[in-house]
Design a protein around this ligand. Structure first.
Ligand code: 5RP
Length: 262
């Protein structure tokens, strides 16, 4: 069956599988959103069903909640859990300091709240997500629907005074209509191309009325697990200052991969 796994999915699987080593029984675990996080949920589900792992998952989107329940993981809300041991999530970009752009899947708000309420955040990613400097991936910004065109204009005006190379934005769409987040908001994707000072940028953008949150995760991620298509994994721990290499067996089971939702 492993011959059915595309190279990119094999890399995502390898990262997700390695990240499962950080999960222990009794933990409250934030479950990210996106195609890489979907592999994580399936791997954790298998550990719950077959190895007796006992965890409580806090999903970062309705999509992940559904997937987690299907996989057999007990889920609860952040309000019930209050504080989490660990959050594992994907990313659209990560740099050398493990700062991130997230929100390509439209779940940045819940993802940021959940990751911030966790002792540790681990990002799982394939090699394509690694960048020297953040900004090539359009930066998602969640905005309220009321007066969204005014908010968009204000954001673009603000971009002109910031250290970026682009000043346009597009309203994210889904099937010809605006994409609506789980919180009922819109997403604007900012085409920055280059982002000179991500920390300052995030603070300034969040001050614009109508902006709910931006997809920059600064000083939130502790560890990144980078997966390769052949099962090699690299684990970078920004706090310990360590980098470890390893290999994950790309072995599949029908249970794990039979009904991929993403
Ligand atoms: C969702 C996210 C995702 O983690 C990010 O878009 C990466 O997704 P994928 O693993 O599918 O590449 O931030 O809001």
């Amino acid at each position: 069956m492993s011959q059915n796994l595309s190279p990119i999915d094999a890399a995502k699987f390898a990262a997700a599988k390695r990240a499962c080593d950080y999960v222990e029984s009794g933990m409250k675990v934030g479950l990210g959103t996106g195609s890489t996080a979907a592999w994580l949920v399936r791997c954790l589900g298998e550990m719950v069903r077959e190895d007796g792992l006992q965890i409580t998952g806090v999903p970062t989107s309705s999509r992940t909640a559904e997937l987690a329940r299907q996989a057999g993981i007990a889920v609860t809300t952040l309000d019930e859990a209050k504080w989490l041991d660990l959050t594992i999530d994907g990313a659209d970009e990560f740099d050398g300091e493990l700062n991130l752009i997230k929100g390509g899947g439209g779940a940045l708000l819940q993802e940021k709240i959940v990751a911030t309420a966790s002792d540790q955040m681990i990002v799982i990613a394939d090699t394509s997500k690694q960048v020297d400097a953040l900004g090539a991936f359009p930066l998602p910004v969640e905005i309220v629907r009321f007066g969204w065109q005014t908010t968009k204009a204000l954001i673009e005006e603000t971009l002109a005074s910031l250290d970026v190379m682009g000043d346009t934005s597009t309203l994210r769409e889904d099937g010809g209509a605006p994409f609506i987040t789980d919180e009922g908001n819109y997403i604007l994707d900012l085409h920055l191309n280059r982002l000179g000072n991500a920390r300052q940028f995030g603070i300034v953008i969040n001050q614009i009325p109508g902006v709910v949150e931006n997809g920059l995760f600064i000083d939130i991620c502790d560890i990144v697990v980078i997966g390769h298509h052949d099962g090699r994994v690299e684990v970078r721990d920004i706090n310990a200052g360590t980098t470890e290499q390893g290999v994950v067996d790309i072995v599949e089971t029908e249970n794990l991969f039979s009904d991929l939702a993403e």
